[in-house]
Design a protein around this ligand. Structure first.
Ligand SMILES: C[S@@+](CC[C@H](N)C(=O)[O-])C[C@H]1O[C@@H](n2cnc3c(N)ncnc32)[C@H](O)[C@@H]1O
Length: 238
């Protein structure tokens, strides 16, 4: 199992068993958000035209589909994908109960999953920070470039390095931005450090490093905002 799989599979099993709405209900003290108040809503309201009719979107890491349903409700034609079958199960139920048509799919964005045809928008709502390894991030960002029409837009919301964040028992490597967590088994990219296994769990970059990485993969940053620089809008460089 790759390093990004176990945590997400376990999380959605819990979300499904407990009847929760979405990922943040497990992690956020403000658990009364509700399905329609997903974490990236503000950024999507700002960056996407209000009327989406005739426009296509591919969202990866869609979780239980809050953003996908929001975009579909605005008329966008949405293809949304997540690694975890439990997440997609909930997403399909929620879309159906709202009378929304969204093409939901189970797939791994690091293994080349993507839309069949280039789209107007690729959207990432807090998925990229879980993709840690350089080669996996390269697969994702090259895929974003490939998935966009020549004038397409990539809207990325992602967790970033925050100076005051407390990593607790985890270990933040300031050189790479990788967050390592204790791992009981030596699997999924884990390393033995000082007699303890650590597995990579997050990539929290600084704004300039994220920008460089995006540009390295053919994505020109046209706006970068948010308190720590994690709300980013890109076009294709070529
Ligand atoms: C922090 S959660 C955010 C979920 C959702 N976008 C939201 O805002 O509630 C990250 C999501 O990325 C998904 N994910 C992680 N790695 C993935 C991969 N390689 N391919 C597709 N989805 C992935 C996880 O299953 C999870 O749903």
């Amino acid at each position: 199992m790759k390093y990004y799989e176990r945590e997400h599979v376990d999380a959605y099993a819990r979300i499904r068993a407990e009847g929760l709405d979405q990922w943040n209900d497990l992690h956020d003290e403000d658990s009364a958000r509700g399905y329609d108040r997903f974490a990236a809503r503000h950024a999507l309201e700002r960056e996407l035209p209000g009327q989406g009719a005739g426009r296509t979107v591919f969202e990866y890491g869609c979780g239980t589909g809050g953003a996908a349903c929001f975009m579909a409700s605005r008329g966008y034609s949405v293809h949304a994908m997540d690694l975890v079958p439990d997440a997609i199960h909930i997403a399909r139920e929620r879309a159906a109960s709202r009378g929304l048509e969204v093409e939901f799919e189970v797939g791994d964005i690091c293994r080349g999953a993507g839309p069949r045809h280039p789209v107007d928008y690729v959207v990432d709502c807090f998925c990229l920070q879980s993709i840690v390894a350089d080669e996996d991030r390269a697969a994702v960002l090259n895929g974003v470039h490939r998935s966009l029409k020549p004038d397409g837009i990539f809207v990325l919301t992602t967790a970033m390095f925050e100076p005051a964040r407390d990593y607790g028992a985890d270990w933040y490597d300031p050189d790479t931005g990788i967050v390592w967590t204790h791992s009981s088994r030596g699997t999924g990219g884990a390393r033995l450090l000082g007699g303890t296994w650590f597995a990579p769990i997050r990539r929290h970059l600084r704004p300039a490093d994220l920008r460089r990485e995006l540009e390295m993969h053919g994505l020109a940053v046209i706006a970068q905002s948010g308190e720590f620089g994690g709300e980013v809008v890109c076009t294709r460089l070529g």
